[in-house]
Design a binder for this molecule. Sequence first.
Ligand SMILES: [Cu+2]
Length: 152
Amino acid sequence: MLRLTALTTGIAMMGAAAMADSHGHSHDHGDMARIPAPEGAMVYFIGLEDGATVSNPVTLHFGARGIGIAPAGVEWPDTGHHHLLINVDPDSVDMEFGLPADDQHIHFGGGQTEVTLDLPEGTHSMFLLMGDHNHVPHDPPIMSTPITITVE
Ligand SMILES: [Cu+2]
């Protein structure tokens, strides 16, 4: 599947995965309030158009406006960290809990704003989704417009 070429990202992902395992689904629905999204906050892919054709390795740059970037686990007001969801139906994401960490839900818990990936040839849909210090999406979710790219 996906191979992360940036070693630092790999290390950050393992940290995020461990955190998700221990905390991701341990919250009680009732007393777990999602953090409100700052007014007008948005995330987006920088310099990558919907429908683009690219070749490996694919470097993605994550933009954020109206919200700051903080590492996972650090609770600062009006911040979050990026998640890249690949070939995931946005409607299938449970916004009430911490996002899973796997090949299709990549956490940037170190506060990274780019990643370089080797993607399988073919067409892939993807979107960005901001998560709070617990990897839980804000309310309402701060999500990019999904894009579809073709990897040759
Ligand atoms: Cu996360």
